[in-house]
Design a protein around this ligand. Structure first.
Ligand SMILES: C[S@@+](CC[C@H](N)C(=O)[O-])C[C@H]1O[C@@H](n2cnc3c(N)ncnc32)[C@H](O)[C@@H]1O
Length: 204
């Protein structure tokens, strides 16, 4: 049966590509989107909020876009830190294909698109940015965040954007309980942007 959940491993819903132009204050790119992948035909409002915030981003080394979809976060990271390697991971095969072609389309060779299981286990990330897949359910989301936040470098930091009505504040409390500092950086239009780092790490 055809399915169009954006977090399916292998969406079977028929393809219907739509190209989206994304303009930020410091850069612009073009992104192909498709059915069966998050935010078909537009840049998601939460993702837009994350990309428009002045977030710290490591200038080099390995950084991560967790749940890349068609790749808007990875594309912006790669543009802003051309000397970094941007790992763009997603379980959705159609999303990975789109993200790869969007990296090529925008001339960004520093993006590595991978299934989560194919990222080398010893790799750590100085920056993680994500509009995480809240709709996979609380237990799966918690497991996902514990796995990947656990791969932050000791002084690394993450930025997570979450809709308030999808449990942003309880997620913040849960992250505190897991030993992370989780600060609300911005709150507007029903979204929270959180900055996350290990509690024992010094800020900055
Ligand atoms: C809210 S969407 C964000 C997509 C994209 N970053 C954007 O901002 O447009 C979350 C993404 O996480 C992916 N995802 C779901 N479960 C995942 C998992 N276990 N590991 C990695 N990615 C996952 C989904 O397939 C989806 O593309």
């Amino acid at each position: 049966m055809a399915s169009d959940q954006y977090f399916d491993d292998d969406p079977t819903v028929p393809s219907s590509p739509l190209v989206v132009d994304v303009t930020l204050s410091d850069t612009a790119f073009t992104m192909e989107t498709d059915r069966g992948v998050f935010s078909h035909g537009h840049l998601d409002a939460a993702t837009s909020m994350l990309l428009r915030a002045a977030l710290p981003l490591a200038p080099s080394g390995d950084v991560l876009d967790l749940g890349c979809g068609a790749g808007p976060i990875a594309l912006a990271m790669a543009r802003r830190s051309p000397d970094a390697t941007v790992w763009a991971v997603d379980v959705n095969a159609r999303a990975r294909t789109l993200c790869r072609s969007n990296a090529d389309r925008n001339g960004l060779p520093n993006i590595v698109v991978a299934h989560p299981d194919d990222v080398p286990v010893d790799l750590q990330f100085s920056t993680i940015w994500s509009n995480p897949p809240i709709r996979i359910g609380k237990a799966a989301l918690h497991q996902l965040l514990i796995t990947w936040l656990g791969r932050l470098t000791p002084t690394g930091n993450a930025a997570l954007v979450v809709q308030k009505h999808l449990g942003a504040d309880s997620l913040q409390r849960w992250l505190h309980g897991q030993g992370y500092v989780c600060e609300r950086l911005t709150s507007k239009a029903g979204f929270r942007l959180f900055g996350v780092r290990r509690a024992e790490a010094s800020p900055g």
